[in-house]
Ligand binder design. Structure first.
Ligand SMILES: [Zn+2]
Length: 246
């Protein structure tokens, strides 16, 4: 395991180093030494400013985006600077418009530019189905899959005692109220298959015992394209328990 990590550092170092400083792969240096050298080099690169404070600020802000580290942020900043007219100006305008117009839907918790949101006002959706998700990202993911044509309720997270997230931090009361609306017949709990996600699902289900609504949840099991040999025991066990007629 330690050797694998060392090899990862080595690969990163070889990629970063200039031809003059690139070490020979057969030099016989112990791998952890190379890893330490690589980390020192990355740190020194980060500490050295190569541009004015305005550009460094841009890089620093971009590096806060998910999936972008300091190096990718530098690359993205440089790309934006090179494409100032074509990309940077429209992006700035789009960001400003988003700041001015984005609102949270008071009905479902979705993010949109108007309230109620596009999903809530779409008359083609089945009003009898309410899909409960933890986050707007989950709503968008389900919409990409076109899996269900119902309406949504975004909780704003999942119950997590360790992180101090309790029922009062989520929009559970609003969900219970919506579930009691006469047109709602099914509540689909589309929550993460994690301890927090399933704890939240159980918590909601207990509150809905008296409601005239069918409560379902997403199936747990073999992913599409998954190979059994690579699945963990918990997933395989859940898939076996929830087997369906073929
Ligand atoms: Zn909405």
């Amino acid at each position: 395991m330690a050797r694998e990590a060392g090899e990862g550092h080595l690969a990163a170092y070889v990629h970063l180093a200039s031809p003059l400083t690139r070490p020979s792969l057969s030099s016989g240096h112990p791998l952890p030494v190379n890893g330490e050298r690589e980390e020192r080099e990355v740190e020194s690169n980060m500490a050295t400013a190569v541009a004015g404070p305005e550009i460094e600020k841009l890089i620093q802000l971009l590096s806060k985006l998910p999936g972008l580290g300091p190096r990718s942020a530098r690359r993205a900043a440089l790309h934006l600077i090179k494409k100032r007219e074509l990309l940077m100006a429209p992006l700035t305008a789009a960001l400003q418009t988003a700041i001015d117009k984005i609102v949270v839907c008071k009905t479902c918790g979705n993010i949109d530019t108007h309230d109620p949101c596009t999903v809530c006002t779409d008359m083609r959706r089945d009003p009898s189905i309410l899909v409960v998700v933890a986050d707007v990202a989950d709503l968008w993911a389900l919409e990409r899959a076109s899996a269900v044509n119902g309406r949504y309720h975004v909780l704003g997270g999942t119950l997590s005692p360790l992180d101090g997230v309790g029922p009062g931090d989520l929009s559970i009361d609003a969900l219970i109220a919506r579930a009691h609306e006469p047109q709602v017949k099914e509540l689909i709990l589309a929550l993460n298959a994690t301890v927090d996600g399933q704890t939240t699902a159980h918590y909601i289900t207990e509150f809905l015992a008296g409601a005239n609504v069918k409560v379902t949840r997403l199936a747990h099991g073999v992913p599409v394209g998954g190979e059994l040999d690579y699945l963990d025991e918990g997933t395989l066990s859940a898939a076996m328990k929830q087997r369906t007629l073929f």
